[in-house]
Design a protein. Structure first.
Length: 623
């Protein structure tokens, strides 16, 4: 696979060799195991195993020019920091190989009950959407090796990116419920085998376009900041409570503290409309929503420690969070701060949330001859960064930059409306129809708090309540800071919600906090697939448009050629740009542009993936 940052700049980024071995064994049929032993309560049992082994030679070849010289926030990257050479050999050796039993489960079909159980390491796929997920969240994603929308092409797909977990899934078939056909109740339980997904950072080819925010070769990580100057070696060993970013929160991976649960009811109405009603109770994992992945301690709170002072003996008690956080990063051998743990006072967290949702598909034959699809969810109490809430140690000073805001919880409504239609385009193919499919996605934050700062620090009303004659208006632009030189906020102002993509490097906070969150986010996709030579040649053309974030766009083209039933070649190419005409890097440069040349979009289209247009060839042999 090659990345083409511009028409004349091509860079090798991936040479992934993959071996899959699959085994299916029907070891119990008609109530007999292995053809000999009678099992009275089972009618059938199947075993499924899937092995995947991977070698990616890019970590041996170490090509140059994979990344541009600035990161997602527009900050400079040194040539060494953005090259694979900045990873030591042991880390590169670990990354280039991946070998595991990807799936391993048993299907149990009961004899006297309309019940089927699947037990083991598996994937569970719910919902109607393609390329972007809502109900499809039982399995988190491994985005460390292909951080992209999984619309065809290429032929990776979410089946390759999902992380299979050990789960128990049960399906109770009701056969018929009044006028409803194919009714069934499906339930899954993950007894602690869950993690929030895998995300990598620069210089890895598919890392988020930022250096590791904790520790990196350029020395800009939070654990390397001046806030950790009192730690052993001048660098903190980790985050608060031993948490690990996008890996482990302050909980144990056991059934009590890390279980995940979901249930859905499926049915088809007499007029052919297929519905599901869904409920999920899970820890929150990043899905593109601009939620907060980390949190500090409230500035006005207290924390209990087992020893509060340097006096002989333990002096348990509560400390103000500001004092606690100042001492937490010191060396554990510090006499003055016996609660010190070499930890920075920032915690990664993955809270439990409730999600309700529904999906529908329906073939409308009379007017459109189209299959219509709908999917929608409401996520409750999602955590967002609130710029008006202060955190200990990282609070905002009057007219100062945002370091780490506090947390506010909001509900979020997400949805998708889609259509699928076979369509004749006879000038291109006189023998078969083209498959045309389109999707429209939306995200909506309920009770959103938008940035509102008084222009030139002139609020609408004076402190005595009279109108301010110098008032110009309020703006959401980050060019205007809320507050004044003496006050955090002026009358009528609010910093509002702040996205996670432009939090500052702690020792260089100026000019950050530009990731202002939109109440509405929108995305449209359109795909056309053709079929030639009896279906052995399948071209696809896909277009994506984000009208909210600088008119981010992507155009993808691919061809699948099945040379034989067992041998296939896939070619794909994607072009990504911002606005029109082609503008792969700069964004909007008008003085009124609130993004100051940077785009922070939840879909990771021309914001997170700007400059990452790609082309690739994939060869598949099935034997």
């Amino acid at each position: 696979m090659f990345r083409h940052q511009d028409i004349d700049r091509w860079t090798f980024i991936q040479q992934r060799n993959e071996l899959k071995l699959r085994m299916e064994w029907k070891f119990l049929q008609r109530g007999k195991a292995f053809g000999r032993y009678k099992v009275s309560w089972l009618d059938r049992a199947d075993l499924y195993l899937l092995y995947r082994g991977i070698y990616d030679s890019v970590y041996d070849i170490e090509p140059d020019g994979i990344h541009k010289d600035t990161d997602l926030q527009g900050d400079d990257l040194s040539p060494f920091a953005r090259s694979l050479e900045s990873l030591d050999k042991s880390e590169r050796d670990e990354l280039k190989f991946n070998n595991n039993i990807r799936e391993a489960y048993v299907d149990l079909y009961f004899k006297k009950l309309p019940l089927t159980l699947r037990v083991g390491k598996q994937q569970i796929v719910w919902g109607e959407s393609d390329g972007f997920r809502m109900l499809d969240r039982a399995n988190t994603l491994d985005l460390s090796w292909h951080f992209f929308q999984e619309l065809p092409p290429p032929g990776f797909g979410f089946d390759e990116l999902r992380q299979p977990f050990f789960m128990v899934k049960g399906l109770w078939d009701f056969s018929q419920l009044g006028p409803l056909s194919q009714p069934f109740l499906e339930v899954f339980w993950n007894p602690g085998d869950w993690n929030p997904g895998k995300i990598s950072f620069l210089p890895r080819p598919w890392g988020v376009n930022l250096l590791d925010p904790l520790s990196n070769s350029q020395g800009t990580g939070v654990l390397q900041s001046s806030f950790c100057s009192g730690a052993d070696g001048g660098e903190c060993s980790g985050l608060l409570n031993g948490t690990k970013l996008f890996n482990q929160g302050n909980y144990s991976k056991n059934p009590i503290e890390n279980s995940q649960f979901g249930v859905r009811f499926h049915f088809i109405t007499p007029n052919g409309m297929e519905f599901t009603v869904n409920y999920l109770y899970q820890r929150w994992a990043p899905d593109g929503s601009p939620t907060a992945p980390v949190r500090g301690l409230p500035a006005d709170g207290q924390t209990f420690v087992s020893d509060t002072s340097a006096l002989p003996g333990s002096q348990p008690g509560y400390l103000p969070n500001e004092q606690y956080c100042q001492g937490l990063a010191n060396s554990p051998s510090s006499i003055a701060t016996p609660w010190a743990e070499n930890q920075l006072c920032i915690e990664y967290f993955a809270p439990y949330i409730h999600t309700v949702g529904a999906s529908m598909n329906f073939f409308e034959a009379d007017y459109t001859q189209t299959v219509w699809r709908l999917e929608t969810v409401i996520d409750f109490d999602l955590p967002f960064f609130d710029g008006d809430k202060q955190t200990a140690l990282f609070g905002r000073a009057p007219n100062g930059p945002i370091l780490l805001p506090g947390i506010a919880k909001r509900n979020m409504w997400k949805g998708m409306l889609a259509f699928d239609r076979p369509t004749w385009i006879r000038p291109l193919n006189k023998q078969t129809t083209f498959f045309v499919t389109g999707q429209f996605f939306w995200h909506y934050i309920i009770n959103h708090e938008r940035r509102r700062c008084a222009i030139d620090d002139e609020p609408k009303y004076n402190p005595d309540g009279t109108k301010n004659a110098a008032f110009i208006g309020y703006t959401s632009s980050t060019d205007e800071n809320c507050g004044s030189d003496t006050e955090l906020l002026l009358q009528g102002e609010q910093v509002g919600f702040v996205g996670p993509l432009d939090l500052p490097k702690l020792d260089a906070p100026a000019g950050k906090g530009r990731d202002t969150i939109h109440q509405w986010e929108l995305l449209g996709t359109l795909a056309v697939l053709g079929f030639y030579r009896g279906g052995s040649l399948v071209p696809a053309l896909i277009y994506l448009l984000d009208p909210v974030n600088g008119f981010s766009q992507e155009l993808a083209f691919g061809v699948d050629w099945f040379i034989t039933p067992d041998v296939a070649i896939n070619f794909s190419t994607r072009m990504i740009w911002l606005g029109a005409p082609w503008d792969a890097y700069d964004g909007h440069n008008k003085d009124s542009d609130p993004d100051n040349g940077q785009v922070f979009d939840p879909w990771f289209l021309a914001g997170g993936s700007r400059g990452r247009s790609e082309s690739g060839v994939m060869f598949t042999w099935q034997f």
